[in-house]
Ligand binder design. Structure first.
Ligand SMILES: C[S@@+](CC[C@H](N)C(=O)[O-])C[C@H]1O[C@@H](n2cnc3c(N)ncnc32)[C@H](O)[C@@H]1O
Length: 339
């Protein structure tokens, strides 16, 4: 292991690890847990300490394969890894062995952010890549080929950036003179486009970078497909745990857990609604979530926007939740735009 990796290793704090473990309890009986976001392996490694627990992990990023393969060697009957995306969750679940818990810890890992060659960090001066893995395009291709209207839409809707129009216009102007190659060039364009009185709390580039990353990796489509497949294949009584880091993700999770549990708008779990699609996949869910403890915030300030939500699957038969997909079409249609 080289020094760069080991220094990164020291800084790796799995977000809300204690809360995730608490939510998985009881861990003294046989359980199959799917860790959909292996990353640095923080959750998987902790869960494997419990003798009765088996873990299937997945991650779209091929850079984690070596670490995961080592864990497979150390825990041959307890741990399996797949280089797969949430949208293929059904491929990693054996039909006869339904999971008890499915965990999604969304977003980027410390390793991805700190590897400047991946172009996720605005501190990088390398290629504007932003591919998490198994992606179909790069941020470099997006900003150098899409038209102004599409760029504006991506930055405005997926980044929730008010000054998207100006940023898109300046990207087009700049690339008419020269292809935009590096993260630094993109950062300069965003800085030039933003009003000077922007909030000092978040970096001026945060929203545009978030938008490009979400688009390149089709993150809202992946989350929606992942949640649907998790609720289709999990055991009844099983738990789906999701940690989100920004408002679009959180909106999607909150909507799914709330609207597919018995609540005011769906008074009886047995009563079909107008389009016959509303289901009570989950036990009563009243918008409960937890956030990192003050201790964790001191140790790892990057965890500050984390929100953990968990829902318990009912016995109800799975019926495809068409209106859930319909509800967030605004985001997924943008991600489907052809490059
Ligand atoms: C925040 S990190 C997870 C960190 C991990 N919980 C730990 O303790 O080290 C998120 C990971 O999820 C992966 N990921 C994000 N979206 C994914 C998707 N749609 N399918 C599979 N993996 C995904 C990323 O590549 C990244 O490695």
């Amino acid at each position: 292991m080289n020094t760069t990796t080991s220094s990164l290793e020291k800084k790796h704090f799995p977000v809300m690890l204690d809360e995730v473990i608490q939510t998985c309890l009881p861990l003294n009986k046989d359980q199959l847990i799917i860790d959909c976001t292996f990353g640095g392996g923080g959750y998987s490694k902790e869960l494997l300490k419990f003798p009765n627990i088996k873990v299937i992990a997945m991650d779209r990023d091929k850079s984690v394969i070596n670490k995961a393969k080592n864990l497979e060697k150390n825990f041959p009957n307890k741990f399996t890894f797949y280089n797969e995306k949430f949208s293929n969750l059904d491929k990693v679940i054996e039909k006869e062995n339904k999971p008890d818990v499915i965990i999604f810890d969304l977003g980027l890992s410390t390793f991805q952010l700190q590897d400047y060659s991946r172009g996720f960090s605005f501190k990088s001066n390398e290629k504007i890549d932003m591919q998490m893995g198994l992606s179909e395009t790069s941020a470099e291709e997006v900003i150098n080929t899409l038209d102004e209207k599409s760029l504006k839409l991506i930055i405005k809707i997926l980044g929730e950036e008010k000054e998207a129009g100006k940023i898109a216009k300046n990207i087009i102007k700049t690339r008419a003179l020269k292809k935009i190659d590096t993260v630094t060039e993109l950062v300069r364009i965003i800085e030039r486009s933003k009003k000077k009185n922007y909030s000092k709390k978040i970096n001026v580039c945060t929203k545009t970078f978030q938008a490009l990353r979400i688009f390149v990796n089709k993150e809202t489509t992946e989350l929606i497909e992942g949640l649907i497949k998790a609720s289709q294949f999990i055991k009844s009584g099983g738990k789906i745990i999701v940690i989100s880091f920004h408002s679009i993700e959180d909106k999607i999770i909150k909507y799914y857990f709330t609207n597919y549990s018995p609540n005011k708008s769906n008074p009886s779990r047995y009563m079909p609604t107008e389009n016959n699609q509303k289901n009570s996949f989950f036990e009563k869910y009243k918008n409960n979530f937890s956030t990192p403890s003050s201790n964790e915030l001191i140790k790892n300030p990057a965890s500050r926007s984390a929100k953990l939500r968990a829902a318990v699957r009912t016995e109800q038969e799975f019926i495809y939740p068409k209106d859930f997909k319909e509800k967030f079409k605004k985001y997924t249609d943008i991600e489907d735009a052809a490059i």
